[in-house]
Design a protein around this ligand. Sequence first.
Ligand SMILES: Nc1nc2c(ncn2[C@@H]2O[C@H](COP(=O)(O)OP(=O)(O)OP(=O)(O)O)[C@@H](O)[C@H]2O)c(=O)[nH]1
Ligand SMILES: [Mg+2]
Length: 485
Amino acid sequence: MGFTPGPSDPFIEFMRPPPGETPAQATARMKRELDAQRRSDAIDESIKQAREQAKKEKHIIKVLLLGQSESGKSTTLKNFRMRYSRDDWEKERNGWRAVIQLNIVRSITTILSVMEAELNGEAPAESDDDEATLAQPDEGEDSRFTERHQLLMIRLAPLRGVEAELKRRLGTGSEPVHPALPMTATPFEVVNDASNMRRTSPEFAVRSWKDVLDPEGRPLRTEDIPPDLDSVTDIIAGCKDDMKALWDDKCVRLALRRRKLRLPDSAGFFLNDLDRIASRDYVVSDNDIVRARLRTVGIQEHRLRFKHGPFDNPKGKETGWEWRIFDVGGCRTSRAAWLPFFDNVNVIIFLSPVSVFDQRLEEDPRVNRLEDSIILWTSICQSKLLAKTQLILFLNKCDLLRRKLKRGIQVKAYLPSYGNRPNDVIPVVKYLREKFKDIQKHSSPELRSTYIYPTTVTDTEATAVTLESVRDGVLRENLATSQLI
Ligand SMILES: Nc1nc2c(ncn2[C@@H]2O[C@H](COP(=O)(O)OP(=O)(O)OP(=O)(O)O)[C@@H](O)[C@H]2O)c(=O)[nH]1
Ligand SMILES: [Mg+2]
């Protein structure tokens, strides 16, 4: 039953026309009241629409993958799609072949450039750590390049053309990542820090991997691989033995170490798989796709459908969920594009690579990569726009951290606050976990929990377990929220 104010109600008094009002004043007042009513109706309508939209979208979960470049965002997305969007995954399988070939060719041309620099007598950059010193030859060991090496260089030279050809083929939507950086004579430049290298030739990047992966979306069938293959595959297969000889060569390894190029730890490394991949009948495996490197610029949206929520819907209906996952480019110049996606985002999965404590940003070598990651995390936690967003943190690249610590690199040398804690994976991850957790606790505008997972997202089996837990946690939280709508 509606509320009807009595004759002496203060509300009636408030609404009564002022005493002695002239007809003109009454008209003006009524116009004002009409305008106010219209504004109020418009607000009611927009609230109604927003509510209807929210109801329509209540089973849509928007997930944003954030983190600096090479933190593992696209690799995490690949894990999600491999597990929960198998049909699309299969359709794209063949398309990854060219990306993996490009990754291989790029590693080889990087080595060729190192050899050229050595032969030209260019000194490696000065080092402030022990790694370059460790790269001294053993007594009696000759580290000089010989005619045999020069011959290998000549025989592998066609791969430079293959690199250009692959880039051209994959090139839809590609663009240089750091156009402001000058190009040098060699395709990379070693900087004076413990990071492996800084390439000044722009790394290949795409706006959307959908554009470069088999645009017709054909599923993989053995008969889809043409028997006479194309010239790129032929050249790569023809260079297999020389590529293996190059990669297995002691002098080459020493030269790489002198220049602090740790290819096996760098993105898109496949030189230990040449027998399998540099062949005419190579079939792309799941693991190859996960390890393939294709830098993201711009934003890519991928949709996953979960037919049933894992929880009983209290109204007895089946719950279907759609996840819209947004993968963004992580380098500094791409970060401004993140902001419009903060609106209405339900979940952020933030990736912080823990192995980068001794590295610097490729786009700004003055900045330590771990520090950049911490600053980024702090600003995300502080954002009022994201106050209600569920935050999930992946402390990623634990495998690379393990390898680095095994080589004797000391965390405290780069992170003095680490003090004299043991230089082992578990305490380092524990320390970082607490650090990130504290930041979240102290900088979030509202109380919320943090979900933190140590990860190696190239390990698809372990990541599958993590993703199950993430999926259940996200659905549980969003089910609770959607019931309030
Ligand atoms: N060893 C190892 N490699 C990883 C891990 N996570 C990612 N990678 C590799 O690191 C490289 C970069 O990963 P991406 O997923 O492309 O990084 P991203 O965050 O999407 O980078 P941008 O697109 O530049 O923002 C890829 O070659 C991955 O295979 C990890 O946990 N361990
Ligand atoms: Mg990416």
